[in-house]
Design a protein around this ligand. Structure first.
Ligand SMILES: Cc1cc2nc3c(=O)[nH]c(=O)nc-3n(C[C@H](O)[C@H](O)[C@H](O)COP(=O)(O)OP(=O)(O)OC[C@H]3O[C@@H](n4cnc5c(N)ncnc54)[C@H](O)[C@@H]3O)c2cc1C
Ligand SMILES: NC(=O)c1ccc[n+]([C@@H]2O[C@H](COP(=O)([O-])OP(=O)(O)OC[C@H]3O[C@@H](n4cnc5c(N)ncnc54)[C@H](OP(=O)(O)O)[C@@H]3O)[C@@H](O)[C@H]2O)c1
Length: 457
């Protein structure tokens, strides 16, 4: 059986592993990625100061070493190859393309200079080639990050790290330089609902209290009325509230140790931006916030409802971290409501009739939306592989073009395919460059530059 997997993030790699370890069918996997480098958000999203998370790539290296696995990097579905062509060359296709679009607030002023979707900022500091030349202007002292998830926390933490803390990470060299000269001193993380509804997780929240030069600040009144549920083992909600209370206790005037560090991280709740204000040069000059209250929905959930009471937050930059969505790819059915590849339990379907499109599957964030940690994809991708095997009986009998025919097709189009061995060479170069600055790696953040390195055989 020959399978094409599009996307080399966690979900794609776990699907490959589940296919390649089958004992009932010999599966050949060709894994494509639009970048010359594998691993998706493990390389381009996970924070540079969270290196231990990135060691998961050792597991993916083992999958890549299997004899019937090939990596075809620098090949973009929809640009270099079409879905129709993949259908001709493979028995089954798995889309593992992640969520590469941002969600927007849809308020006046969104998109003006210094109002940036968080994916741009994250891609920029992680050396993602799409964002190498993003304009990140750190000449302002106060920044708002909208959203109460771990992505908002990551962005705020990187903005507030000291150069010494960043130097030993694999933050991209261009970002390290800009962050060294940054004038940012205060970051406001803004939640539209309350502390009890925050999506961030306790270890990530707690880290703000352990940073070299940051005081986390929560006004005690933000926590008024919050009830800590006493659950066995402690829920995320309980742990978050306890950490927030410990931050609130550090306030000046309160009993505990308030250290007066240079930078401040403010956590605000029950506020929604309604307008981004611009200065005469058209850059962010402030954020209008509306105070919210919580409203119980018919299904019992709590949503934020504006009260009409507003304030202006004096900030010079806004990052929106309110979730992601799958990008549309020509020929791949798209669910406009959920903003994922249209599917029923991982089987791709027509978005209107909901009828199954045979032999096409979707895994990871492209299937479920932007929820879940890396480890969650292992079981989820294996589940979809079970569907593939159940549906695929007899498929292997269908004759396909020679297994290298896809390479010839791509080369005729001038596509320079990057193999896994090529990637290992880039990896060695990046690690060697990193050693010079005492970092785990110094990323090459430009596709042309990567291809130049590979041309030097
Ligand atoms: C900022 C951030 C930090 C995170 N930090 C953590 C963390 O610390 N710990 C944790 O457990 N989880 C973390 N996560 C979550 C984790 O990264 C995701 O759960 C996971 O990466 C999703 O896997 P995926 O394979 O679906 O998508 P991705 O990892 O996004 O991989 C998708 C791949 O598809 C490729 N692709 C896209 N379009 C095409 C195309 N048209 N043709 C070819 N290739 C294409 C992309 O280049 C990419 O390599 C973080 C997420 C974000 C956004
Ligand atoms: N360090 C890590 O481990 C790490 C880092 C980054 C990401 N991740 C993981 O990746 C996944 C995605 O994380 P994420 O932070 O991008 O998304 P998320 O967890 O879904 O959080 C999104 C946040 O945006 C808010 N939001 C949505 N629409 C909004 C609007 N219109 N106005 C104001 N706020 C709005 C949400 O509030 P509501 O709750 O009110 O909708 C929520 O607080 C999660 O599973 C996360 O744990 C992990």
């Amino acid at each position: 059986m020959r399978v094409a997997i599009i996307g080399s993030g966690p979900a794609g790699f776990y699907a490959a592993e589940a296919l390649l370890r089958r004992t009932d069918t010999v599966v050949h996997v060709d894994m494509f990625d639009r970048l010359p480098t594998p691993y998706g958000l493990v390389r381009g999203g996970v924070a540079p100061d969270h290196q231990s998370i990135k060691t998961v790539t050792r597991v993916y290296e083992k999958t890549a070493a299997r004899p019937t696995f090939r990596f075809l990097g620098n090949v973009c579905l929809g640009r270099d190859v079409t879905v129709e062509e993949l259908r001709r060359h493979y028995h089954q296709i798995v889309y593992a393309v992640g969520n590469e679009d941002d969600r927007r607030l849809g308020i006046p002023g969104e998109g003006i200079a210094r109002c940036t979707p968080v994916a741009v900022f994250i891609g920029w500091y992680n050396g993602h080639p799409d964002y190498r030349h993003a304009r990140i202007d750190l000449s302002v002292s106060r920044v708002a990050v909208v959203g109460n998830g771990n992505t908002a926390i990551d962005a705020a933490r990187i903005l507030l790290r000291t150069p010494a803390e960043l130097e030993k990470t694999d933050v991209a060299a261009h970002a390290l330089e800009a962050l060294r000269n940054s004038r940012v001193r205060e970051v406001f993380i803004l939640g539209r609902r309350g502390p009890e509804q925050a999506a961030f997780t306790p270890p990530e929240l707690k880290e703000f209290g352990e940073m070299e030069d940051v005081d986390p600040i929560v006004a005690p009144e933000e926590l008024a009325g919050c009830v800590i549920p006493e659950t066995a083992g402690g829920s995320q909600q309980e742990k978050n509230l306890k950490i927030l209370q410990s931050f609130a206790a550090r306030q000046p005037g309160a009993k505990a140790q308030f250290s007066e560090k240079t930078k401040k991280l403010h956590l605000r709740f029950l506020v929604s931006p309604t307008e981004i204000m611009a200065d005469a040069a058209g850059k962010v000059a402030g954020l209008v916030l509306e105070k919210n209250r919580l409203e119980v929905q018919p299904d019992g959930s709590l949503s934020a409802r504006g009260t009409g009471e507003t304030e202006v937050l004096d900030v010079g930059m806004v990052l929106t971290a309110i979730g992601f969505a799958a990008k549309r790819i020509a020929g791949v059915p798209y669910d406009e409501t959920a903003r994922v590849i249209a599917n029923e339990d991982g089987r791709v379907v027509d978005p209107v009739s909901r009828s199954v499109i045979a032999n096409e599957y979707v895994v990871g964030w492209a299937r479920s939306g932007p929820q879940g940690l890396i480890g969650a994809h292992k079981g989820a991708s294996a589940h979809v592989v079970e569907h593939m095997m159940a549906d695929g009986a007899g498929l292997a009998a269908r004759e396909l073009p020679d297994h290298k025919a896809i390479d010839s097709l791509l080369r005729q189009r001038g596509v320079q395919i990057v193999s896994f061995d090529d990637w290992k060479r880039l990896d060695d170069v990046e690690v060697a460059r990193g050693e010079r600055r005492g970092a785990p790696r110094d990323k090459i953040a430009d596709v042309e530059a990567m291809l130049e390195v590979l041309a030097q055989r």
